[in-house]
Design a protein around this ligand. Structure first.
Ligand code: SF4
Ligand code: SF4
Length: 76
């Protein structure tokens, strides 16, 4: 967030996730270098970056996993 020159990354206050506003992203990739976890990736087709946004609170990966290896919930 701090490294983004266009303030394209913000926090979803409801879910606590960081989200990318593609209309503001200029594809400079600085955030991909800054993130120590490698969670932001450059999309060569769009020329923008993308990251998990928890599907708006309804993670499709958890729904699709055939072995229920992915669960979504608040850590206790
Ligand atoms: S790639 Fe996009 S989101 Fe990332 S730092 Fe550059 S403008 Fe911001
Ligand atoms: S499918 Fe899973 S990894 Fe992909 S955006 Fe949704 S929650 Fe994130």
């Amino acid at each position: 967030m701090q490294v983004c020159p266009t303030n394209a990354i913000s926090i979803n206050s409801e879910l606590g996730t960081k989200v990318v506003d593609e209309s503001l992203c200029v594809g400079c990739k600085v955030c991909t270098m800054a993130c120590p976890y490698g969670t932001i990736n450059y999309n060569t087709r769009s020329g923008k970056v993308t990251k998990c946004d928890l599907c708006g609170g309804d993670p499709k990966c958890a729904e699709a996993c055939p072995t229920d290896a992915i669960t979504y919930g608040v850590a206790q």
